[in-house]
Design a protein around this ligand. Structure first.
Ligand code: DGY
Length: 322
């Protein structure tokens, strides 16, 4: 019997590709070319499965052009790049890679929070530009992290991992989520207190966004919400770009309505609003929150096993160790 045909849409760890090749007839993209919409459809047309990343848009048009397609396995926890309603209608299974990236992503939220609050990248750029002539008592005064109030919007597993890390900084944690956590989870998350979004924005010194993107969460943080935040507050977004209204955020940063922002994601990434580059009070990173070597390997392994489970359920198990 011939093997199912799959597309691995982006460059993949060689061991994972080898594993996939033992089960599937694989079209790979080790050159990591970015396929346009039409090319992605052409490449997917004769495939039974796709291994995607959050950069590939799996649209209703693609799904209807690919009648053989049975599974799309996204190497990401977020899946807003996939039209889930159209996939469901077409009978295409969609999988993501939850859990394996929780701790790494939580670590990065802290990296961004610390860099933003303590002006790490801003002062480094200034130093590299040859500006440091004399030590000054009042240069690069930032905000404290220890003892501050941390506000987390989106209290899933990553949000809870971020909250747990705040214990060492003696912080108070407020959170907002679609639903309140069970009491034991709140306790474990540094005694996080469930509050309304507005209360969180008014009280938090550092606000971290960890909620999934959906039409409902589009522009969760826009001009009205930014106006509620403390003037010294920082905003960290490690979730998805469209959750923040970038134009409103740029205005708030420029007018110092909030102190600073740390952004790993942008509304139209990899493009982003050029005005961000004119601001010194924003730390910008290229969507790397889950990008540690072990975690990206774990995400790739998880997606590969998901595809085997979806297309060849009788063969599941046994990835070669990394
Ligand atoms: C995720 O897993 O959703 C990360 O943002 C990478 O796309």
């Amino acid at each position: 019997m011939s093997k199912p045909r799959i597309l691995v849409a982006r460059a993949c760890f060689p061991e994972v590709l080898t594993y996939l090749q033992t089960h599937f007839d694989v079209e790979s993209n080790q050159a990591d070319k970015i396929f346009g919409a039409a090319e992605l459809i052409e490449k997917s047309r004769d495939k039974d499965g796709i291994i995607s990343t959050s950069s590939e848009r799996i649209t209703a048009e693609l799904l209807s052009a690919c009648p053989r397609l049975k599974a799309v396995c996204n190497q990401a926890v977020g899946y807003n790049n996939i039209d889930i309603a159209a996939a469901t209608k077409a009978g295409v299974m969609v999988t993501n890679t939850p859990d394996v990236l929780n701790q790494t992503t939580a670590d990065f939220a802290w990296a961004l929070l610390m860099a933003t609050a303590r002006r790490v990248t801003e002062s480094e750029h200034w130093l590299r530009a040859g500006n440091w002539k004399q030590w000054r008592f009042d240069s690069f005064l930032g905000s404290d992290v220890h003892g501050a109030t941390l506000g987390i919007i989106g209290m899933g597993r990553i949000g809870q991992a971020i909250a747990r890390r705040s214990m060492g900084f003696d912080m108070q944690v407020l959170y907002h989520n679609r639903s309140r956590l069970a009491p034991e989870l709140e306790t474990h998350a540094n005694h996080a207190r469930y509050v309304s979004k507005d209360e969180l924005l008014q009280q938090a010194d550092h606000v971290v966004l960890v909620l999934p993107y959906s039409p409902e969460s589009h522009h969760t943080i826009a001009a009205k919400e930014l106006a509620l935040m403390k003037p010294g507050a920082t905003l960290i977004n490690i979730a998805r770009g469209g959750i923040v209204d970038d134009v409103a955020l740029i205005a708030a940063l420029r007018d110092q309505k909030i102190a600073a922002a740390g952004l790993d994601v942008f509304e139209n990434e990899p493009a982003f609003h050029p005005d961000f580059l004119t601001l010194t009070n924003v730390v910008l990173t290229p969507h790397i929150a889950s990008a540690s070597e072990p975690t990206r390997r774990a995400m790739a392994d998880c997606a590969a096993q998901n595809l085997v489970a979806a297309l060849l359920p009788e063969k599941i198990g046994g990835l070669p160790p990394n």
